[in-house]
Design a protein around this ligand. Structure first.
Ligand SMILES: Nc1nc2c(c(=O)[nH]1)N[C@H]1C(S)=C(S)[C@@H](COP(=O)(O)O)O[C@H]1N2
Ligand SMILES: [Mo]
Length: 408
């Protein structure tokens, strides 16, 4: 089964034809056509539409864009139009009617599942979970020493309600063999790499795939984001979501699952997304793949350079516990004197495993020009480092977050 080829032919026919396919995707998913077409899932957004929604567009094709930070603290659940997009290739064109998810490898019964079967044969489950790119805050990391990659500010993060089938149920239906240790995900995108083209891929340990708790599935095969059909930018018609893991493990446009005795050989699991300090074969070989995201916190308002009332500055932001199971934010602190003294912030949102919290604090400036600083501590007692170690790809930056402001 090839999810793409037939479609490509159809798309080549004419602009009218391609429009028809997109619309069928939207109506399959029951999208309301009163929504803007790119939100209703009928097509990808243009640069102008993203700019209108306030996103900072780093690259248009593939789309890499993040919201301005003040948009992120408007609500605990991030609206889709304010949700960052990180894609390595243009959105693939997928016909939802002929789409099949295949499940193969170390299973008793290989599966080929249509979207309708996924909805009718498996119980639907929802989870609120934060998605964050391993490269979030790369621009600050690059102040230590510049690195390549999308220069993300602190907006490559968002929290959504994800809905779909539990991966564990699909794997149980296929029947895992005893030797099964890792679950590979493969996207339907086509990323130029060297002389060839590869899909985006990832894998997670079987223990995580089957590790559902009462509140949180180990991983979900999602068709909905915030109760609406997934948009093309976020992986329609099907994406994996792995709560607690960096965004790169939540594969968009998911077309294939392979169960294996080893981690995926795909470039984005086997090579990229590792913490190395030198580009040597020894370092790459030794470093394991990044899975869980780190503890983090960021000030979203005021903006850098803002003029504020020295007596009372209202500060707001997000804080993310590390993706370790059972971990939540324990303490968020703001300083105006370079970290000599700290004011406790108040959490203004629900507190959940694998989710950010939003917070607020009122502080006084200790001098006419000051930096606001935030740091968080989680329930494991881990505290954000003041200055984290540099790494070659600029991943996992979670140092104290600084915002320079001046008294009005
Ligand atoms: N197929 C596919 N899945 C993908 C990617 C991609 O380029 N292709 N990017 C990954 C990365 S690096 C991140 S951070 C998240 C971003 O998800 P979003 O664009 O929905 O915010 O998707 C992940 N899944
Ligand atoms: Mo990412």
């Amino acid at each position: 089964m090839n999810n793409k080829v037939e479609l490509r032919t159809e798309f080549m026919t004419s602009a009218f034809e391609s429009r028809r396919v997109f619309l069928s995707q939207a109506s399959f998913a029951g999208a309301s056509m009163t929504l803007a077409p790119w939100l209703a899932g009928s097509r990808a957004a243009t640069a102008a539409e993203h700019a209108e929604s306030g996103l900072i567009v780093h690259t248009q094709s593939p789309l890499n864009a993040e919201p301005k930070l003040d948009a992120l603290v408007q609500s605990w659940i991030t609206p889709v139009e304010s949700f960052y997009v990180r894609s390595h290739a243009p959105n693939p064109m997928i016909d939802p009617a002929s789409f099949r998810l295949t499940v193969e490898g170390l299973v008793d019964r290989p599966l080929s599942i249509s979207l309708a079967e996924l909805e009718s044969s498996f119980e639907s489950s929802s989870v609120v979970a934060t998605m964050t790119c391993a490269g979030n805050r790369r621009n600050e990391h690059s102040l230590i020493k510049p690195v390549k990659g999308v220069p993300w500010q602190a907006g490559a993060i968002g929290t959504a309600k994800w809905t779909g089938a539990r991966l564990s149920d699909v794997l149980k239906k296929a029947g895992l063999k005893d030797s099964a240790k890792h679950v590979w995900f493969e996207g339907l995108d086509e990323i130029p790499k060297g002389d060839g083209i590869i899909p985006f891929g990832a894998s997670i340990p079987v223990s995580k795939a089957l590790g559902d708790s009462d509140a949180v599935p180990g991983a979900l095969l999602t068709t909905k984001m915030n109760d609406q059909p997934l948009t093309p930018d976020h992986g329609a018609p099907l994406r994996g979501v792995v709560p607690g893991y960096v965004g790169a493990r939540s594969v968009k446009w998911l077309g294939k699952i392979v169960v294996s005795d080893r981690p995926s050989p795909n470039h984005y699991l086997a090579t990229a997304y590792k913490l190395v300090t030198e580009d040597t074969a020894a370092e790459w070989d030794e470093a394991g793949p990044i899975y869980r995201f780190p503890l983090n916190s960021v000030i979203c308002t005021p903006a850098p350079g803002a003029k504020v009332a020295a007596k009372k500055v209202s500060v707001a932001g997000y804080a993310l516990p590390s993706g370790q199971p059972g971990t939540s934010i324990a303490k968020i602190e703001v300083s105006t004197d370079e970290g000599r003294s700290w004011t406790l912030a108040k959490v203004t949102s629900p507190v959940r495993e694998y989710c950010w919290v939003l917070w607020k604090a009122d502080v006084k400036l200790s001098s006419a020009a000051s930096e606001l600083i935030v740091r968080a501590t989680d329930s494991r007692g881990d505290i954000q480092p003041k200055d984290p170690a540099w790494n070659l790809k600029g991943y996992m930056f979670n140092g104290w977050y600084h915002v320079p402001v001046t008294a009005d």
